[in-house]
Design a protein around this ligand. Sequence first.
Ligand code: GDP
Length: 446
Amino acid sequence: MSDQDTIYALSSGAGRAGIAVIRVSGPDAGVAVVQLTGSECVERVASFRKLRHPEDSETLDEALVFWFPGPRSFTGENVCEFHVHGGIACVSAVLGVLSTLAGFRSAEPGEFTRRAFHNGRLDLTQVEGLADLIDAETQAQRRQSLRQMDGYLGRQCAVWGDELLHSLAYFEAEIDFPDEQDVPADVAQGLRDRLEVLVKGIRSELAVSRGSERLRDGLRVVIAGAPNVGKSSLLNLLAGRDAAIVSARAGTTRDAIEVHLELGGYPVILIDTAGVRDTDDDVEREGVVRALRYVETADVVVWVCDATLPDGEDVTPGGFDSPALRVMNKMDLVGEAPDVLIGDEETIRVSVETGQGIDALLMELASLADTTFGGGETALVTRERHRKGLEACCGHIDEALLAMGSGAEIVAEHLRRAGHDLGRVTGQFGVEDLLDVIFRDFCIGK
Ligand code: GDP
């Protein structure tokens, strides 16, 4: 296997579809166009062509063919795309021909994007943005990953990197020309000021980006409470489908069930857990232990109670680090006595049966999501990897500032390290160890 091979893959989803896109990249991509269409295609425009088997000229399909000579292509190499009909036989006939061409092989997962990275078409943060865009389930995630793919973080890192280089140049000069005068005091103060502004700028970006890392994962909302209060029914209603088993027998949901929702544009993961109660049943007890573990790691706990039970019989929430919403369910069964206050003022009263109060609950959840993710879409730092790199960079700038006045070598070394940390964020250098981890998340055809 070589980087010089021409690679091909189905880049659209597998299975029956109206259209399927087969992508080819590498030095001989143009050969694929000629072999399948019988002639060359005009670059960068759609050409409608019959695809024929090169040996017996049998028509395989009619397709739109795109030809992008490198370097102005996604990967930076010669690239062609065949937009064929999305039948399994059409796709396999075209892939079959490509597999017979000399120097061609099927692509590894993420190999198109990896080549784009190695050819400087995308930096590492853009690669991550592309992966996030493909995985985006909500509008807020889509907007965030588009910004990332546009290279916002990469460009900001370049600005920070230039600022570092500017200071580093003075200290390098002092090392290279020790006989010259030291950096004059006013210049040194100017450098110190600029480095302080720089480190403050990076730190304030880190501070506003807290929500953005979370936006990739979603708000974890755990539905918990005693058995039979209507937790699974609530999850099903919110999910709009029968994701959890609803049963009139207590203790049915033995393990957690997750449903992914979009609320107010934000990703929310709803988790239904086993009813919390004392029990002799080993399996159920394990369910309770797990439920409590979910409660501990939740962003929001929706604690469901049953309005028909006397107050004291319901376990009430408390002792959670995360915000807890107390939801009193089955209000339809106590509707005859509206003047009886059930639960306290904070309690959201609902009936899964009639839908009463569900909008209020959803609004409350959307508002909690907004508080958690607010500003996340426009933040630059979307991954722990970026955060760690930028924090390390700031740490080295702090060290450089401390070392100022005690030798240009030490200051320069800290500034060089800060630059290195910054370069690792965008993939400029020192990232070979990271690439396998990052591209592992990609599938074939990307
Ligand atoms: P879980 O054990 O807390 O998950 O409870 P389930 O969702 O399995 O519900 C237990 C029983 O309560 C089922 O028979 C549901 O149909 C019923 N139930 C749930 N919500 C309501 C409600 O709002 N009103 C009424 N009348 N019954 C409900």
